[in-house]
Design a protein around this ligand. Sequence first.
Ligand SMILES: Cc1cc2nc3c(=O)[nH]c(=O)nc-3n(C[C@H](O)[C@H](O)[C@H](O)COP(=O)(O)OP(=O)(O)OC[C@H]3O[C@@H](n4cnc5c(N)ncnc54)[C@H](O)[C@@H]3O)c2cc1C
Length: 426
Amino acid sequence: MKIAIIGAGIGGLAAAFDLRRAGNEVTIFESADYVGGLASGFKEPHWDWSVEKFYHHWFQSDQSILGLIHELGWEDMVHFPRPYTVLLHQGKWYPFDSIWKALLFPGLGFGFIKIRFGCVGLYLRLTNNWKALEKYTADEWMRRWAGSQVYEKMWKPLLVGKFGPYYDKVNMAWMWARLKARSTRLGTFEGGFQRFADMFAQVLREQGVEIRLNAQVKSIHLVAGSGLVIDTGKSEIFERVLVTTSPALLAKLCPDLPDTYLKGLLELKSMGAVVMILSLKRQLSEQGYYWFNLPKEAGYPFLALVEHTNFVPARNFGGDHIVYAGDYLEVGHEYFSMGDEELLARFTPALKKFNPAFERDWVRKVWVFKTNYAQPVPLVNHSQHIPAIKTPIDGLFFASMSQVYPWDRGTNFAVVIGRKAASLMR
Ligand SMILES: Cc1cc2nc3c(=O)[nH]c(=O)nc-3n(C[C@H](O)[C@H](O)[C@H](O)COP(=O)(O)OP(=O)(O)OC[C@H]3O[C@@H](n4cnc5c(N)ncnc54)[C@H](O)[C@@H]3O)c2cc1C
């Protein structure tokens, strides 16, 4: 069969792998001039590794992407260091990335509150009944079962940070999935995620997949009896097409979709993200902390401060210390229209809170990356609103971050949904 895939992100590449092995003629259309999509990275001339544009790591539970890497024979290139995630309490940072660390965290109180916190954590780790949980918002469920103090201190800041105005509308199955599928060890690919994407794309090319970069698809139309016509400036016909973009973009690319499916796509909510990357002359967190969770009400201009080189050694970046300052935001937030210098002026004063010695002249270089589609927002009973992978248009398939629910988006689930779509397309 002649198959087109729109998007060379991890989902599109994973789908191409299976479709090609099944004997199909596969062409990937990618609007950017690189592969990897949201997991892509970039490299300065004096760096050995690339840096992801949006902070990325794997969990030990990410069996689908780790399984794919195993199939490709590259498991020796995956490393799982043990970086430190910390949470703020009364102006001090405390390690907070395991049940044991959480039990010692003073911000949640002790005694009955901690026992209740532990029981709720254990229940969520053990239960598989996420369908029962999706009927409730995380806000109401956590308040009720974990108690207001724990909710306000821990879970509410996480929800507010990730979902902004939707924080009290996100369902409890999202929170369940987050607690279920996480590990304290975090993984990365030797050389960075971009290296993985480039190596994967190279394998696909060697197997006969055509990957066209700078190839933006403008529309997809069904021509009865012929197949699906893809327009990139020139028109080409395919028997099957897999779209791996955002739901909103699919709706725009393919207005022939029936109204109910289109409406379903357009009703899905998501958050965008703005991430600033700074290369510094010196280490910011001298304690060696990797991930700082920042409650919005503490007044930081961003949600997370991530010192990448407290996870991957600075020697891989020519001695530069790499720091991310990022936030999930609604599209239309002022950060989306601010220039890099303006954002830098907004963000840098906060860096002193992580190291009082920080000075503006530590900053060697700054990059800012923005995306409108960073984090799907799963509302109550979300399982009833997920668009089908097989769309109502014959031969047209859709696989995106919005369909991996109840799991949270991630490259692991991009592999899952990409491979699932491939199995439905054969
Ligand atoms: C801030 C942030 C942090 C994250 N952290 C992690 C993490 O720690 N670990 C993890 O595993 N995952 C993380 N993720 C999620 C992960 O990046 C995604 O789940 C995954 O990369 C999605 O892959 P995809 O193939 O589904 O989509 P995408 O990567 O979005 O790929 C879609 C591709 O389609 C292309 N495209 C769009 N329109 C067109 C068009 N018209 N024509 C042709 N091509 C087009 C795009 O350029 C893109 O390359 C994070 C994401 C963000 C935003």
